[in-house]
Design a protein around this ligand. Structure first.
Ligand SMILES: NC(=O)C1=CN([C@@H]2O[C@H](COP(=O)(O)OP(=O)(O)OC[C@H]3O[C@@H](n4cnc5c(N)ncnc54)[C@H](OP(=O)(O)O)[C@@H]3O)[C@@H](O)[C@H]2O)C=CC1
Ligand SMILES: CC(=O)N[C@@H](CCC(=O)OP(=O)(O)O)C(=O)O
Length: 345
């Protein structure tokens, strides 16, 4: 069977480069074009020196996309820019997996409320499928436009979905407390990610208004069928990649710790990339890989269920999950090209 032909738009950023890393060794697809606006004409390996000797690909400007007959395009662009692309190019000639937040929420109104900007293509929001692979793979399979989840939401949704689906916890007053490495903020330098401000430091941000709040809520609602309310606080920590999320929720009835653990284990038993673990995981347990490790426990004293989950924000939180979704869309075994053992220490 001929290989599927792939384009990567925004290939110089952190998630775009990670897509090139994962897809270069994927046995079923070939990367035909990688684009950049600011670095068009340069070799990919000049921009990403860890690719020295591994690829001859040259970055091309976006308009060159029309010269290729592509099966699927990944958009690794900032939010706001992705919807411009979809308005201009559509998703009829090739299928699209968008890594930005532009098509993840349920309506233009919710988008405008949380992103503080007008949505330019509300109709496409209705067509888009939320690409949390393990929960929505039936819809992802036939989608033309997949909205790949955000990194924080991936870690939180995977931990909370089994608890909500099994009707274990109250749907309101769920606390989601997350810590992210600095690559979560993208490759462009900003005061927030400046070395002296991040090194040896640790800060909370986006309190009460982070745009991942509605993404976590609405996707859990879609999955469990019940209105859900979460309070989300992200933090920036001085590591390069990795997310660790802790959630706190209240059980609806008396539940035994072992029963909760067993339920989570059976929920994900057949999922290759979800590992329900016996001890709280750390970010190096999953570094460079597409795994999400989840730990659950019950604190009788305070009557709270606590989960701890970890992902690599650039892999399961972005490029890896995007490749997993591509595998689902093309009917490949889901782990194709993603069998990577985590890098630890
Ligand atoms: N970093 C992470 O952990 C995660 C990121 N995401 C999302 O994935 C997307 C990409 O993120 P990330 O790779 O971190 O971002 P980066 O800032 O590292 O890269 C952004 C890319 O977009 C290109 N770009 C920027 N502005 C424009 C523009 N106006 N027109 C065309 N191209 C543009 C840049 O390339 P050039 O200037 O060369 O054209 C660059 O290749 C974002 O929407 C982000 O929110 C999702 C999950 C996790
Ligand atoms: C550390 C850090 O800054 N993280 C980013 C989230 C990255 C991500 O997943 O965001 P998208 O929804 O934009 O795809 C932030 O909080 O804005």
């Amino acid at each position: 069977m001929p290989k599927h032909k792939i384009g990567i738009v925004g290939a110089t950023g952190y998630t775009g480069s990670e897509l090139v890393r994962l897809l270069t060794n994927h046995p079923k697809v070939q990367i035909d074009i990688i684009t950049s606006e600011s670095k068009a004409g340069q070799k990919f390996s000049e921009v990403n020196s860890h690719f020295n000797g591994l690829t001859d690909m040259v970055l091309e400007p976006l308009e060159k996309l029309q010269d290729y007959d592509l099966d699927l395009v990944f958009l690794a662009l900032p939010h706001g820019v992705s919807m411009d692309f979809i308005k201009d190019w559509g998703y009829e000639d090739f299928r699209v997996i968008d890594l930005s937040g532009d098509f993840r929420l349920q309506s233009a109104e919710i988008y405008e409320q949380w992103y503080g900007k007008k949505h330019l293509d509300p109709d496409s929001i209705d067509d888009a499928v939320f690409g949390l692979s393990e929960l929505f793979r039936n819809e992802i399979r036939n989608a033309q436009l997949v909205a790949n989840p955000g990194c924080y939401p991936t870690s939180a949704i995977l931990a909370l979905a089994p608890l909500l689906k099994n009707n274990f916890i109250n749907q309101s007053n769920i606390i989601v407390d997350s810590k992210s490495g600095v690559t979560g903020a993208g490759a462009t330098a900003s005061p927030k990610t400046h070395f002296p401000d991040v090194f040896g430091n640790f800060s909370a941000y986006g309190l009460r208004n982070h745009r991942h709040t509605p993404e976590i809520q609405t996707s859990l609602e879609r999955y469990s069928g019940d209105k859900t309310e979460i309070l989300f606080t992200p933090h920036l920590i001085p590591i390069d990649r990795g997310i660790l999320t802790t959630t706190y929720s209240t059980p609806k009835r008396k539940l035994d710790k072992k029963f909760i653990e067993d339920t989570l284990f059976s929920f994900y038993e057949k999922e290759h990339f979800i590992r329900v673990v016996d001890d709280p995981p750390n970010v190096k347990n999953v570094r460079g890989s597409n795994y999400c490790d989840i730990y659950v426990t019950y604190d009788e004293r305070t009557n709270k269920i606590v989960t701890v989950s970890t992902i690599d924000n650039l892999v399961k939180g972005a490029a890896g999950q995007a490749v997993q979704n591509m595998n689902i869309m093309f009917g490949y075994i889901e782990r194709t090209g993603l069998d990577i053992i985590p890098l630890s220490p």
